[in-house]
Design a protein around this ligand. Structure first.
Ligand SMILES: C[S@@+](CC[C@H](N)C(=O)[O-])C[C@H]1O[C@@H](n2cnc3c(N)ncnc32)[C@H](O)[C@@H]1O
Length: 266
């Protein structure tokens, strides 16, 4: 890929998603874009760029972002966050709170919001609660996976046998054993496509907790700054923000109070 084409890809990806691709990411861009080009039968990078820029339906830019974004995730990833959430939930329930609104803001294929939903139901311990988890992502491909809620056996390696039997059903998927999320878990989720780089967001809040994990690493400081202000607006006083273990708010202007490494309170 020539430099002008690479720069143009970086610009369109940044302008539409806030993902700041470094100058050293040319090989990654080539490999991921090439996959999409094979589907379309386009053999030239510049021709594909032209196709993206002239697709006024906006569909191809979504496909480009689907191809570029990294969607690695897992159930109960960074487990201390779920332990902290369980504790906070128990305290809120003990205080008489019955309505819970949480947000998994870069939910990828669903492992994160389903882990949040399991944590909520376990903390409630059979008590009737009014709980909803908003699960959003920029990628339509991962949202479809989240909605399907079917995971290969190895993806559930960090889910205990007890939780597996309470919240999943074993089923055959493409000739292999897979686990499907049960309806009572699924109905807690509300799925939407949302671009974190384009605040303000349409939600009103107040939210009890926001998971914004392993996505800000792709953003530059100005996108991060406006995202943090928007999350702050949406959280209730005393609500929590969880960021990825590799992320920090250090050096950012924010009114959040650190409570643990990678956990902040409003
Ligand atoms: C590495 S995954 C993290 C998934 C999950 N939060 C976790 O920590 O396991 C990053 C996710 O961020 C999404 N993403 C990237 N840029 C985004 C944006 N501008 N708005 C919303 N989601 C975005 C990607 O599509 C991807 O699913």
């Amino acid at each position: 890929m020539d430099q002008a084409t690479f720069s143009a890809f970086r610009k369109v990806v940044y302008d539409t998603s806030g993902i700041a691709l470094g100058a050293n990411k040319e090989a990654l861009v080539c490999a991921r874009v090439a996959k999409r080009m094979r589907v379309l039968g386009i053999t030239d990078y510049a021709a594909y760029l032209d196709h993206v820029l002239h697709d006024h339906s906006g569909e191809e830019i979504v496909q480009l972002i689907n191809a570029i974004s990294t969607n690695v995730t897992s159930f109960f990833r960074e487990p201390d966050h779920f332990e902290f959430l369980a504790q906070a939930m128990s305290e809120w329930i003990a205080d008489g709170q019955q309505r819970f609104r949480l947000w998994s803001s870069a939910c990828s294929t669903g492992e994160e919001p389903y882990s949040m939903a399991i944590t909520l139901l376990e903390a409630a311990g059979g008590l009737a609660i009014d709980a909803r988890i908003l699960a959003t992502d920029i990628s339509t491909r991962v949202l479809a996976e989240c909605d399907r809620g079917v995971y290969q056996r190895e993806k559930l390696k960090d889910v205990s046998p007890a939780l597996k039997s309470r919240y999943f059903e074993l089923r055959d998927s493409r000739g292999r054993d897979a686990y499907a999320v049960r309806q009572d878990l699924k109905r807690l989720l509300l799925l939407r496509r949302l671009n974190l780089a384009k605040p303000p967001f349409p939600m009103k809040g107040p939210l009890d907790a926001v998971f914004c994990r392993n996505v800000m690493i792709y953003f530059d400081n100005s996108s991060k700054q406006s995202l943090l202000s928007e999350i702050h607006r949406l959280l209730k006083p005393g609500g929590y923000l969880f960021v990825g273990h590799a992320e920090t708010l250090a050096g950012m202007r924010s009114q959040f109070k650190p409570v643990r490494p990678s956990i902040y309170a409003k």
